[in-house]
Design a protein around this ligand. Sequence first.
Ligand SMILES: Nc1nc2c(c(=O)[nH]1)N[C@H]1C(S)=C(S)[C@@H](COP(=O)(O)OP(=O)(O)OC[C@H]3O[C@@H](n4cnc5c(N)ncnc54)[C@H](O)[C@@H]3O)O[C@H]1N2
Ligand code: MOO
Length: 396
Amino acid sequence: MSRVLIPISRAREQVLAATVRLAAEPVPLGIALGRVLAEDVVAATDLPPFGNSAMDGFAVRHDASSGALRIVGESRAGTPAPLAVGPYEAIRISTGAPLPDGADAVVPVEDAREEDGTVTATAAAQAGQHVRRAGDDLRAGTVVLRAGDRLGAAELGVAVGAGAAELLCARRPRVAIVCTGDELRAPGEPLGPGEIHNSNAPMLAALAQQEGAELLETVVVGDDRAATERAFAQALEQADLVVASGGVSVGPHDHVKPALAALGVQESFWRVSLQPGKPTWFGTRGERLVLGLPGNPVSSYVTFVLFARPALRALQGAAALPPRASARLTRSLPRRFREQAVRVALSEQTGTLLATPTGPQPSHITASLLGADGFAFVPPGDGELAEGDAIEVERI
Ligand SMILES: Nc1nc2c(c(=O)[nH]1)N[C@H]1C(S)=C(S)[C@@H](COP(=O)(O)OP(=O)(O)OC[C@H]3O[C@@H](n4cnc5c(N)ncnc54)[C@H](O)[C@@H]3O)O[C@H]1N2
Ligand code: MOO
């Protein structure tokens, strides 16, 4: 059997080259959390739309505000004062209420003494004090969010400020998960001899959901060729991305590759220079993407993050690959035949990014995923990387 393994970067290129962006659809803002914008959002008006007060107090003309000022009206949030402020006059004003014509400063109540319908500022008012100008936040006509941005809480708030009620977003990628293995039992079920709980299903589902995917179904299929083919046939009907776990290695009960081949899924690559995750398989049928991830739970997690996550991002038009940074290793790591994606906790010390491995790294040690902020990539080769050596990292 050939030992040719493709580098992680090549494998990613092949996944992204096969990924076709999904169509866009309008999404009401209230349910757009986590979606990816398909077009720029432009501010329809200035925000704030009008000059207003940053404090509860009195709107005045700063150049005519000494001594007792006559209170001639009130401006409340939502109800502007019906008149302007003249010299040596004041208008009572609430935070967020429109600044009356003529006023250019606000005296906060803490700096004001009120008496018999007049108010006296206890400190001289400066021009513009406690005034928020129209357009301070967003200027009408400027781009405030960009196509490809993922909508979090802040983006949704800004979009509303920009005047939007619905947003054009990429359709959510439909993901089907197929877990293979006779030994798999549902979480919590009693285990017979040789059986294990199916931890990959909820883990992969969660990773997909974090990327805004719509989960179609999670199928668990035994190590049976016909059943595996049926499960994939069904998954391929609707899924933009089928994620399989297990059964991609070279054992006599690994049916994933032949089943997919029989269904017309074209192999793009099998076997990556990656530890954990060597037997990762990728193929396509038309615009449908299929990733066969190795069953070892850590391998499944790592290969999902390295290959499925970029695909889900690219499907939605978001930046596919995370930026890489350089970090310093806090302990030595052996180099190996394959490139390693070591789970690391990232920290910073006097401006230097530090990468600390999260413990033993074999592909069945799920605890190595806990507390991991990123992957550190150990290039293939002999010898070791020493403590303090520079290493490339990606946040996860
Ligand atoms: N002769 C060789 N054997 C193996 C090779 C090889 O090159 N030559 N590669 C090894 C590597 S590396 C990996 S990784 C695994 C991947 O194998 P499969 O993808 O075929 O996965 P399975 O054999 O089905 O399972 C591996 C392991 O993971 C457990 N598993 C599977 N599914 C789940 C699940 N849903 N939840 C939790 N755990 C799961 C399964 O019980 C096995 O322990 O192959 C090596 N072998
Ligand atoms: O490539 Mo495997 O995931 O190391 O056990």
